[in-house]
Design a protein around this ligand. Sequence first.
Ligand code: GRF
Length: 207
Amino acid sequence: MLNVVVLVSGGGTNLQAVIDAVKDGNISNTKITGVISNNKNAYALERAKKSGIENLCISPKDFETREQFNEEFLKAVDDMEPDLIVLAGFLVVIPPKMIERYTNRIINIHPSLIPSFCGTGYYGIKVHEAALSRGVKVVGATVHFVDEGTDTGPIILQRAVNVEQDDTPEILQRRVMEQAEWKILPLAIDLIANGKVKVEDGKTVIL
Ligand code: GRF
């Protein structure tokens, strides 16, 4: 059984996709053992509560220094004993010590086809604004392992989504969520839960 802890900051639609996929069996061999947010108002916490999943809020704002937050944050995650940590719209920098302790056991969903529109400053709606501003015809989402960089770890799954003529950033974001994010994040967790993902020479092999 894969114990999964999900880290969230916002609405939690990706979290909900994972909760639903575990419930309907599209993700097997997996239990969501906890949800942690840095934002006490994140609706994602409501979603966890409604599904009876342990949840808590811990924010850098509640600590004198980032080091103190990092220490408490890492302890809170460790206490939930994750086999896999899932970043689902989580907007806080992951402490280096956590990346080291959970090498190739932290995954992130990013709303673009990495390496396009990723890295520092590219998150949420900003990704889709940049895609429309560049005039690309195809966008999508990526699930990748988290390493010490920003959106730079080994790619696990990607799914492409067409840009339509009159798309606004909001319309495009919703399509990428519906057609890509909410599909490939559960699929990636199911693959990992069933031992079907290996990392070799910095790239993934899907068995
Ligand atoms: C979405 O834009 C998603 O692509 C990104 O973070 C945002 C949060 O979405 N990973 P939600 O909180 O899962 O609804």
